[in-house]
Design a protein around this ligand. Structure first.
Ligand code: THU
Length: 164
Protein backbone atom coordinates (compact mmCIF):
# COMPACT_ATOMS: atom_id res chain seq x y z
CA UNK A 1 0.00 0.00 0.00
CA UNK A 2 1.28 3.45 -0.85
CA UNK A 3 0.71 6.61 1.13
CA UNK A 4 0.34 9.77 -0.90
CA UNK A 5 2.45 12.57 0.54
CA UNK A 6 2.49 16.16 -0.56
CA UNK A 7 5.18 18.79 -0.32
CA UNK A 8 3.96 22.38 -0.41
CA UNK A 9 6.23 24.93 -2.03
CA UNK A 10 5.95 28.38 -0.46
CA UNK A 11 7.44 31.37 -2.23
CA UNK A 12 6.72 35.02 -2.88
CA UNK A 13 6.21 36.50 -6.31
CA UNK A 14 6.93 40.24 -6.12
CA UNK A 15 5.64 42.40 -8.97
CA UNK A 16 8.82 44.49 -9.19
CA UNK A 17 12.03 45.47 -7.40
CA UNK A 18 10.41 48.67 -6.20
CA UNK A 19 8.27 46.82 -3.63
CA UNK A 20 11.34 45.25 -1.99
CA UNK A 21 13.37 46.63 0.93
CA UNK A 22 16.42 48.69 -0.05
CA UNK A 23 18.96 45.97 0.88
CA UNK A 24 17.23 43.44 -1.40
CA UNK A 25 17.14 45.93 -4.27
CA UNK A 26 20.83 46.61 -3.69
CA UNK A 27 21.65 42.87 -3.78
CA UNK A 28 19.76 42.45 -7.05
CA UNK A 29 21.59 45.47 -8.52
CA UNK A 30 24.92 43.91 -7.52
CA UNK A 31 23.93 40.59 -9.11
CA UNK A 32 23.02 42.39 -12.36
CA UNK A 33 26.35 44.21 -12.20
CA UNK A 34 28.24 40.94 -11.63
CA UNK A 35 26.72 39.54 -14.82
CA UNK A 36 28.80 42.08 -16.76
CA UNK A 37 31.90 40.10 -15.74
CA UNK A 38 30.49 36.76 -16.86
CA UNK A 39 32.63 34.84 -19.32
CA UNK A 40 29.97 33.26 -21.51
CA UNK A 41 31.34 33.19 -25.08
CA UNK A 42 29.64 29.84 -25.78
CA UNK A 43 26.13 30.23 -24.41
CA UNK A 44 26.08 34.05 -24.63
CA UNK A 45 23.93 33.78 -21.49
CA UNK A 46 25.41 36.04 -18.83
CA UNK A 47 24.31 35.32 -15.27
CA UNK A 48 25.11 37.37 -12.16
CA UNK A 49 24.78 36.47 -8.50
CA UNK A 50 25.41 38.35 -5.28
CA UNK A 51 25.51 36.89 -1.78
CA UNK A 52 24.86 38.84 1.40
CA UNK A 53 26.43 37.16 4.42
CA UNK A 54 24.79 37.38 7.87
CA UNK A 55 27.76 39.56 8.84
CA UNK A 56 26.95 41.99 6.01
CA UNK A 57 29.74 41.20 3.52
CA UNK A 58 28.66 41.03 -0.11
CA UNK A 59 30.26 38.51 -2.49
CA UNK A 60 29.50 38.58 -6.21
CA UNK A 61 29.74 35.80 -8.78
CA UNK A 62 29.20 35.28 -12.49
CA UNK A 63 29.16 32.28 -14.80
CA UNK A 64 32.56 31.33 -16.21
CA UNK A 65 32.52 29.02 -19.21
CA UNK A 66 35.18 26.89 -20.86
CA UNK A 67 35.85 25.38 -24.30
CA UNK A 68 35.53 22.07 -22.44
CA UNK A 69 31.89 22.80 -21.62
CA UNK A 70 31.52 20.82 -18.35
CA UNK A 71 34.44 22.78 -16.89
CA UNK A 72 32.28 25.90 -16.80
CA UNK A 73 30.65 27.04 -13.58
CA UNK A 74 27.39 28.87 -12.83
CA UNK A 75 27.20 32.30 -11.23
CA UNK A 76 25.60 30.97 -8.04
CA UNK A 77 28.39 28.49 -7.31
CA UNK A 78 31.08 30.99 -8.24
CA UNK A 79 29.66 33.33 -5.57
CA UNK A 80 29.05 30.57 -3.01
CA UNK A 81 32.53 29.06 -3.28
CA UNK A 82 34.15 32.51 -3.16
CA UNK A 83 32.11 33.35 -0.05
CA UNK A 84 33.12 30.12 1.70
CA UNK A 85 36.75 30.66 0.71
CA UNK A 86 36.96 34.05 2.41
CA UNK A 87 34.47 33.37 5.21
CA UNK A 88 34.50 29.60 5.85
CA UNK A 89 32.46 29.90 9.02
CA UNK A 90 30.15 32.54 7.58
CA UNK A 91 26.45 32.17 6.97
CA UNK A 92 24.70 33.12 3.75
CA UNK A 93 21.70 35.33 4.53
CA UNK A 94 20.56 35.71 0.93
CA UNK A 95 21.61 35.22 -2.66
CA UNK A 96 20.30 37.24 -5.59
CA UNK A 97 20.38 35.89 -9.14
CA UNK A 98 19.83 38.05 -12.22
CA UNK A 99 20.18 37.48 -15.97
CA UNK A 100 20.00 41.03 -17.39
CA UNK A 101 19.18 39.87 -20.91
CA UNK A 102 16.09 37.92 -19.80
CA UNK A 103 12.94 40.02 -20.05
CA UNK A 104 9.33 39.14 -19.28
CA UNK A 105 7.84 37.68 -16.16
CA UNK A 106 9.80 34.49 -15.42
CA UNK A 107 13.09 35.03 -13.60
CA UNK A 108 15.93 32.54 -14.09
CA UNK A 109 16.07 29.97 -11.28
CA UNK A 110 19.20 27.98 -10.29
CA UNK A 111 20.11 24.75 -12.09
CA UNK A 112 20.00 21.43 -10.27
CA UNK A 113 23.71 21.34 -9.42
CA UNK A 114 23.53 24.83 -7.89
CA UNK A 115 20.46 23.85 -5.88
CA UNK A 116 22.43 20.89 -4.52
CA UNK A 117 25.36 23.15 -3.59
CA UNK A 118 23.10 25.72 -1.94
CA UNK A 119 21.27 23.03 0.06
CA UNK A 120 24.64 21.68 1.31
CA UNK A 121 25.48 25.21 2.46
CA UNK A 122 22.20 25.37 4.40
CA UNK A 123 23.12 22.14 6.18
CA UNK A 124 26.62 23.50 6.80
CA UNK A 125 25.39 26.76 8.33
CA UNK A 126 22.45 25.05 10.05
CA UNK A 127 19.96 27.57 8.78
CA UNK A 128 18.15 28.65 5.64
CA UNK A 129 19.17 31.29 3.12
CA UNK A 130 16.80 33.44 1.09
CA UNK A 131 16.91 33.35 -2.69
CA UNK A 132 15.92 36.37 -4.77
CA UNK A 133 15.56 35.66 -8.48
CA UNK A 134 14.79 38.72 -10.54
CA UNK A 135 14.12 40.18 -13.94
CA UNK A 136 15.82 43.60 -14.12
CA UNK A 137 13.46 46.05 -12.39
CA UNK A 138 10.66 43.51 -12.97
CA UNK A 139 9.21 40.50 -11.15
CA UNK A 140 11.16 38.80 -8.36
CA UNK A 141 10.66 35.30 -6.99
CA UNK A 142 11.70 34.96 -3.34
CA UNK A 143 12.12 31.67 -1.51
CA UNK A 144 12.96 31.36 2.16
CA UNK A 145 15.33 28.45 1.72
CA UNK A 146 17.28 26.63 -1.00
CA UNK A 147 15.61 23.42 0.09
CA UNK A 148 12.32 24.85 -1.17
CA UNK A 149 13.75 24.40 -4.67
CA UNK A 150 15.15 20.92 -3.98
CA UNK A 151 12.79 18.88 -1.82
CA UNK A 152 13.78 15.31 -0.88
CA UNK A 153 17.38 16.22 -1.61
CA UNK A 154 20.40 13.97 -1.29
CA UNK A 155 22.67 14.88 1.62
CA UNK A 156 25.46 13.60 3.84
CA UNK A 157 23.07 11.67 6.11
CA UNK A 158 22.50 9.29 3.21
CA UNK A 159 26.23 8.63 2.99
CA UNK A 160 25.95 7.39 6.57
CA UNK A 161 28.52 9.88 7.75
CA UNK A 162 28.76 13.50 8.80
CA UNK A 163 30.90 16.04 6.95
CA UNK A 164 33.97 16.88 9.06
N1 THU B 1 23.86 29.42 -15.63
C1 THU B 1 24.11 30.07 -14.45
O1 THU B 1 25.18 30.64 -14.25
N2 THU B 1 23.15 30.06 -13.51
C2 THU B 1 21.89 29.55 -13.68
O2 THU B 1 21.06 29.63 -12.78
C3 THU B 1 21.52 28.94 -14.95
C4 THU B 1 22.65 28.69 -15.90
C5 THU B 1 24.89 29.48 -16.68
C6 THU B 1 25.60 28.21 -17.01
C7 THU B 1 26.05 28.49 -18.43
O3 THU B 1 27.27 29.24 -18.38
C8 THU B 1 24.97 29.37 -19.00
O4 THU B 1 24.28 29.91 -17.88
C9 THU B 1 23.99 28.66 -19.90
O5 THU B 1 23.46 27.54 -19.29
Amino acid sequence: MANTRKIALHYLQHSSWSVLPAEDRELLELAAKAARNAYAPYSKFKVGAAIRMESGEIIPGSNQENASFPAGICAERTALHAAMTVLPKGEVESIAIVVPQVKGSKPVTPCGICRQALVEQERRQKGPMRLLMGIVKGPVIETFSAETLLPLSFDSSQLGRKPR
